[in-house]
Design a protein around this ligand. Structure first.
Ligand SMILES: NC(=O)c1ccc[n+]([C@@H]2O[C@H](COP(=O)([O-])OP(=O)(O)OC[C@H]3O[C@@H](n4cnc5c(N)ncnc54)[C@H](O)[C@@H]3O)[C@@H](O)[C@H]2O)c1
Length: 317
């Protein structure tokens, strides 16, 4: 049976590590690329290097000079923290827009030599649609990003659509909702809450914890990517959601309860801050992806217990 040869950029990031493991488990050949920013986990290399079908290159995606033979470039690399993008957006433009443009050009040059591979499989986000107070966004909705991070992600989606139309570069764009799971960098809500509980500081919670998020396990996200690749479908956009939503206050209450066994959560929270451009609710319709046979399997309340334990034992600065 023919095995895929894939690039996974951002392989040392949170979602990138789940995607890389799934590819490796299938026996696919993976060339992992990562710039090793502060958000990456270099210790993952101890695990990934045990696979004979894995090669790693420490590189900025903007500095890749040419592509080796491959079937897919799975682009998971990005600057991802909204708060950072509000303070300084240069790195976001560099990695999330210029980096995608660079990969598209590499693919264009590769295919210009008469080859019918690779396909660009790109990680976008639910944030490109902006927030929605009722119902759920479908893949054809207009993009209305609210912050610098989501604006760079929406710009990348536009580049990919244009490169398909102009140069016939095949693509798949996936737009997942908020991912959770072990191994996420500590700037994101769940690990951040665990870190603050561990060091005895109050958990900063934007906008009184009212924003609502859809939670999707990173393993379900990786499974969705495998389903799409194995279907062979190209030139489509897929929302990945899973359908479990709750406000951030409820998420943090559950973490406090698991961490301290305490129902009196207020004393652990700092509710004094608001984020400019805050999106109040994200929700996606992923009927299109489900029609390929994918379904989210992880159950948030069950998974959360193990994740809180993971961060209790693995302190990340
Ligand atoms: N985490 C989520 O909840 C979520 C939700 C929806 C979409 N996404 C998207 O999924 C992707 C992965 O998100 P994540 O949370 O795993 O990110 P992450 O911040 O955990 O990891 C990103 C990885 O990319 C690497 N990287 C950054 N810039 C690079 C560059 N120029 N060249 C090479 N490597 C670079 C970093 O070193 C890091 O290892 C991103 O595209 C993000 O927009 C994430």
């Amino acid at each position: 049976m023919k095995k895929n040869i894939v690039y996974v950029t951002g392989c040392l990031g949170f979602i990138g590590s789940y995607v890389t493991r799934e590819c490796l488990k299938r026996g696919w050949f993976v060339r992992g690329i990562d710039k090793c920013t502060y958000a990456s986990n270099k210790k993952l290399l101890d695990e990934l290097n045990q696979y004979e079908n894995f090669i790693f290159e420490k590189k900025d995606i903007n500095d890749i000079e040419f592509l080796y033979e491959c079937d897919y470039v799975i682009n998971v690399a990005a600057e991802t923290h909204v708060g950072n993008s509000i303070v300084r957006s240069d790195d976001f433009v560099h990695s999330n827009i210029n980096g995608v443009h660079h990969i598209l050009e590499l693919i264009r040059k590769y295919r210009a030599e008469g080859k019918d591979v690779p396909t660009m499989l790109h990680f976008s986000t639910d944030e490109v649609y902006g927030d929605i107070h009722e119902g759920a966004h479908t893949e054809t909705d207009i993009l209305k990003p609210s912050n610098p991070y989501s604006a760079t992600k929406a710009a990348a989606d536009m580049l990919i659509l244009a490169w398909e139309r102009t140069y016939k570069i095949p693509y798949v764009i996936v737009r997942p909702t908020n991912n959770y799971g072990a191994g996420q960098y500590v700037e994101k809500l769940i690990p951040k809450a665990c870190k603050y509980l561990r060091v005895g500081r109050k958990i900063p919670l934007h906008n009184n914890g009212t924003p609502v998020r859809n939670w999707l396990h990173a393993q379900d996200t990786a499974n969705a990517v495998m389903t799409i690749i194995e279907s062979g479908i190209t030139n489509e956009i897929y929302n990945i959601c899973g359908g479990f939503e709750q406000d951030n206050l409820t998420t943090v209450r559950k973490i406090v309860k698991l961490y301290h066994g305490d129902d009196e959560y207020e004393k652990y929270l700092d509710l004094s801050i608001s984020r400019p451009g805050q999106d109040m609710r994200y929700a996606l319709d992923d009927t299109k992806l489900q029609s390929l046979g994918w379904k989210a399997k992880a159950v948030f309340d069950i998974e959360l217990e193990g994740i809180v334990e993971y961060y209790r034992k693995n302190f990340i600065w």
